[in-house]
Design a protein around this ligand. Structure first.
Ligand SMILES: Cc1ncc(COP(=O)(O)O)c(C=O)c1O
Length: 379
């Protein structure tokens, strides 16, 4: 079955009622059948409800994994996965990544004795050179956030495997509709479901997908102990949102392809960063490991003193954080999403002070182009 079909197939499991949609199970507790807890039997919502389990299964199916777990947020997903590791373990991380993930790693896990090395993961020699005897994990985002560097998934997986490290990919930017890291050797995938999976900027959630049963068992034990599960209402809404994942992402990409080309003609803009740009060095790599380029574009402006004016002039785009929803957004990473990362690291990876990140929505593309024109060329 193709992804477009899988996305809409989460139905009632009760064959007699046979509702076309999955019912919402709000209940926290479920009657025991006997003293043992059988697989597939529900007991308590911190472990799973039929609704959260259906969402986990759906995303696992789209990612090609063995089991999916739903969490209260994307950071909740990342924090569960990091409990697979221990103080003294060394973790290699993409240097250009979501600032909140950096904050969690640096301000908390590092305090607890985890060791981190931030690398340009799109440069495979750098990843290889960062490996130490105690390296237990390589954690990447591709495309990177917000500088849009593309990391070779198969090459990083080979390094991880050769060194007995787990390979974890944050697949938020492209979603399983465009990128399936497990099929290129990743062990675990995490998502901020708040973004493309949710798609409407109205649900906070996360998903973890395990690539094998042993990891699924370990992740389940941690997540159940920590109490990180998503509420059933939000899980149900996410299942509904995913029904339109394919059409939303196709449309967001179609708009993004037109907009990146249009932005290249602006006098006020010096650089347009979009992974679907065929002149990029990593274009062939993107084509090899993804089925689409997504809807995220970053731009570098010539005059950074005008950035606030540009953002305030936008009328269709909203000047706001986050990404992946049907509404187009313009974010200023320097003071928002990337602020927790040291300036030196941001500048080195290209997440510079003159950069604006655009999340392209599903609006009429001519309206979006006109909005960008009046804001950037006239402000
Ligand atoms: C790539 C990426 N990963 C993880 C997160 C964290 O997700 P959440 O905000 O749902 O906790 C974000 C949030 O912006 C993100 O952009």
């Amino acid at each position: 079955m193709k992804d477009q079909t899988k996305c809409v197939q989460t139905r009632d499991k009760d064959e007699d009622i046979a509702c076309i949609n999955l019912p919402l199970y709000r209940g926290v507790i479920y009657r025991h059948k006997d003293f043992t807890h059988q697989p597939g039997q529900f007991a308590y919502a911190r472990c799973a409800t039929p609704t959260t389990e259906a969402l986990g299964d759906l995303v696992a199916d789209l990612e090609g994994g063995v089991k999916g777990f739903t969490t209260s947020s994307g950071m909740g997903a990342i924090s569960v996965v990091m409990k697979l590791f221990h103080p003294g373990d060394h973790i290699i991380v993409t240097a250009d990544l979501y600032g909140g993930t950096y904050r969690y790693f640096h301000d908390y896990l590092q305090e607890y004795g985890f060791e981190f090395t931030y690398v340009d993961s799109w440069n495979i020699e750098e990843v290889e050179a960062a490996v130490r005897d105690n390296t237990k994990c390589i954690f990447i985002e591709t495309p990177s956030n917000p500088s849009m560097h593309v990391t070779d998934l198969a090459a990083v997986s080979a390094i991880a495997k050769a060194n007995d490290a787990l390979f974890v990919v944050d697949n938020t930017f492209l979603s399983p509709y465009f990128q399936k890291p497990l099929s290129f050797g990743a062990d675990v995938v995490v998502h901020s479901a708040t973004k493309y999976l949710g798609g409407h900027n109205d649900i906070l959630g996360g998903v973890i997908v395990a690539g094998n049963q042993e990891l699924a068992d370990k992740i389940f034990a941690i997540y159940m102990a920590e109490g990180n599960n998503l509420g059933s209402d939000d899980a149900w809404l996410l299942i509904r949102s995913i029904k339109t994942l394919a059409v939303r992402m196709d449309r967001q990409q179609e708009n993004a392809l037109a907009i990146y080309a249009y932005l290249k003609t602006f006098d006020s803009i010096k650089d347009v960063l979009y992974v679907g740009d065929p002149t990029r060095e990593d274009y062939e790599l993107s084509k090899r490991q993804t089925t689409g380029f997504g809807g995220m574009i970053s731009i570098r402006v010539k005059d950074k003193t005008k950035i606030q004016k540009y953002l305030q002039s936008l009328k269709v785009f909203s000047f706001a954080e986050s990404l992946g929803g049907v509404e187009s957004l313009a974010t200023y990473p320097w003071t928002a999403t990337q602020a927790p990362i040291p300036e030196e690291q941001r500048n080195a990876t290209g997440a510079t002070e003159d950069l604006i990140r655009l999340s392209i929505g599903i609006e009429n593309v001519e309206d979006l182009k006109e909005d960008l024109r009046q804001a950037f060329e006239q402000a």
